[in-house]
Design a protein around this ligand. Structure first.
Ligand code: 13P
Ligand code: MG
Ligand code: MG
Length: 377
């Protein structure tokens, strides 16, 4: 059966800061989506990562379906009325436009969608993040899909041996978003050269090379600041990743996420801290809004989803989290000094640029310093 898995997420307000959505707001999103259960939707699941609500939907309308996107948009808008009535912080934060125009892309909510021919055992993973930018998944996905040190399946399984094709988005080009398509392993060094810069480049999709019709992963690459023209909140990407058989195994992603790589985000979206794997429905951390990621494992048949397996909830992750927390605390000791705070190029959508512009008037050029250095005349 040909099924589409769509994850559409938005931050529409949270309790006491950027923490968690209220139960009432979540309830309204659920109630609106549930009305389409068995009609527009085959199945759905709703949860949150920090203050971002995710609507996970299965259906047969394909990617970019206006009906599916409209459903999510309506659910978020309806629930925003409640968020405002409750005085939630940042109520309607990610709903940046007034009118729906066929697709949530460009309106604020993030989305990740995969259309697939169901395998007899369709295993997939939904990744949900909070307090980080779209490049936050670059390192774990790079390790799991291209590096046999992390993904022995690349050596051990014929289905993976040909490697994967990575679609990488340049999110910061003057003419707008642009895409490059590179094959691993041949172009590994080029892929690495781009993905290292998580503030500019993000994996958007990954495809199997042995089975070119099989998409392995889809990642949301919405940049709120590019839509709003100012800092309004972090992008907090979702992703859908198919696992097992011709794709890396679920457990091959674990050590890749356990690295806890530093990513941009955190407090005011302006800092670097390690990406912390956490259980589903975890509130954002009062420790400086450390970036976080949850992973839900699903099995799917005829588009029906099982209840999810919470992939970062087993006891092993407590030790991982302890280590990552130490890494985060160490970084925070240096406060606003780089690289704890993001470089100026990344802060231009916040207030610091206006402040520096004011300081410009107070600078005095030292005439001596402007002279030609001695010995070069
Ligand atoms: P969110 O993007 O999750 O709303 O976080 C924004 C922020 O600035 C936290 O300090
Ligand atoms: Mg928020
Ligand atoms: Mg958020």
């Amino acid at each position: 059966m040909r099924v589409t898995v769509s994850v559409i997420k938005a931050d529409i307000g949270a309790i006491g800061g950027h923490t968690i959505p209220s139960a009432e707001v979540l309830g309204i999103v659920r109630e609106r989506v549930e009305r389409e259960h068995g009609k527009l939707l085959i199945d759905f699941y709703i949860c949150h990562a920090g203050d971002d609500i995710a609507i996970i939907m299965t259906h047969t309308r394909g990617k970019d379906s206006p009906d599916i996107h409209q459903l999510a948009w309506d659910a978020f808008n309806k629930a925003t009325v409640k968020a405002k009535a409750q005085g939630l912080y940042g109520a309607g934060q990610d709903l940046l436009k007034d009118a729906f125009s066929g697709n949530v892309r460009g309106l604020g909510p993030g989305s990740a969608e995969i259309e697939l021919d169901e395998r007899p055992s369709e295993a997939l993973m939904v990744l949900l993040s909070d307090k980080c930018g779209p490049g936050a998944f670059n390192l774990p996905l790079y390790l799991a899909f291209t590096d046999p040190m992390y993904s022995p399946g690349l050596m051990l399984s014929e289905g993976l041996h040909d490697g994967f094709t990575l679609h990488i988005m340049d999110m910061d080009h003057t003419e707008g978003d642009r895409l490059i398509v590179l094959n691993a392993p041949e172009r590994l060094y080029d892929i690495a050269a781009l993905l290292r810069d998580t503030n500019r480049y993000a994996i958007e999709a990954i495809w199997s090379r042995k089975f070119p019709n099989e998409q392995a992963a889809a990642v949301g690459t919405t940049r709120l600041r590019n839509i709003a023209g100012r800092y309004v909140g972090k992008d907090d990407p979702p992703a859908v990743v198919r696992v097992q058989k011709i794709f890396p195994a679920t457990e091959e992603f674990g050590p890749a996420f356990a690295v806890g790589a530093f990513v941009g985000g955190d407090t005011r979206g302006s800092h670097n801290l390690p990406l912390m794997p956490v259980p589903v429905n975890t509130p954002a951390s009062t420790f400086f809004c450390c970036p976080m990621v949850s992973a839900l494992g699903f099995s799917m048949h005829d588009g029906m989803l099982t209840a999810p397996s919470d992939l970062f909830a087993d006891p092993f992750w407590n030790a991982v989290r302890d280590q990552i927390a130490l890494k985060a605390m160490e970084m925070r000791r240096q406060g606003f000094f780089e690289p704890a705070m993001l470089p100026m190029s990344e802060l231009e959508y916040g207030g610091i640029v206006a402040r520096l512009r004011k300081l410009e008037q107070e600078f005095v050029v030292r005439k001596e310093a402007a002279k030609t250095p001695a010995g070069t005349e």
